[in-house]
Design a binder for this molecule. Structure first.
Ligand SMILES: [Zn+2]
Length: 232
């Protein structure tokens, strides 16, 4: 769902690519139901993500069907995947920057850490698994930075865990020679990927997004410690 095609290079996913608008997109729900459980579960991660950055009502729908979604009950599962696809497409088509000339990437909530974690795991972590952890990290960060009320952060984290998603991975704890956590390298790599200014999507509430332009390394480190203590 989108206008980008990518190929892996330099050991990194989608390092090279091109923009091209598709003539059509086919969504085949029978394919969806034939996917392995792991793939279906992580598909829900991007639905939660797009709900958090765009649509409080969609988030409430997911939250109120969370137990049925966790076991892939066909009706809510199809509804959520369909709405997630529609919102991704609508964002790309109407938010004003389909070819990513600016540096804001609202659809990349939770993705700066996720991209690094996928790479650190040598892609043993799937994209969705990494994004679940990356969103949890950014939710704790937003809470501790005073952007997101604690009760809201806990509620969103509860929805993610009720969907059966892991919110901690040992890859968060890999360290470089100087003792710093390697996931922090993801911030600089994300900035390079944007082509200039760092711009990280955050939320103040479901559906209420903002961009921040720096992240405090020690607060990220502290957020990892909290994830490890809670979910490790
Ligand atoms: Zn993603």
């Amino acid at each position: 769902m989108g206008v980008k095609s990518g190929i892996n290079f330099f050991g990194k996913k989608n390092w090279l690519g091109a923009f091209g608008v598709p003539h059509a997109i086919i969504n085949d729900l029978s394919l969806l139901h034939g996917l392995p459980e792991r793939e279906r579960r992580v598909g829900l991660v991007e639905a939660v993500k797009v709900a958090l950055i765009r649509d409080a009502g969609f988030f409430e729908y997911i939250a109120s069907h969370v137990r049925a979604l966790a076991v892939f009950a066909p009706q809510p599962f199809e509804a959520v995947i369909r709405e997630s696809a529609r919102q991704h497409m609508q964002h790309i088509a109407t938010a004003g920057d389909p070819f990513e000339r600016g540096s804001a990437r609202p659809l990349d909530f939770g993705h700066w850490a996720a991209h690094k974690l996928e790479q650190l795991s040598n892609f043993a972590l799937s994209h969705g698994e990494a994004v679940a952890v990356g969103m949890a990290l950014d939710l704790i960060y937003a809470r501790d930075a005073g952007l997101l009320p604690a009760a809201t952060a806990d509620r969103i984290l509860g929805v993610l865990t009720d969907l059966g998603l892991a919110l901690y991975t040992p890859f968060l704890d890999l360290r470089s020679g100087d003792g710093s956590r390697r996931v922090l390298e993801g911030l600089e790599e994300f900035r390079e990927h944007l082509g200039g200014r760092l711009s990280i999507p955050m939320i103040r509430a479901p559906g209420d997004r903002l961009e921040i332009h720096e992240m405090d390394a020690s607060r990220v480190d502290q957020a990892v410690d909290i994830l490890k203590a809670r979910y490790g």
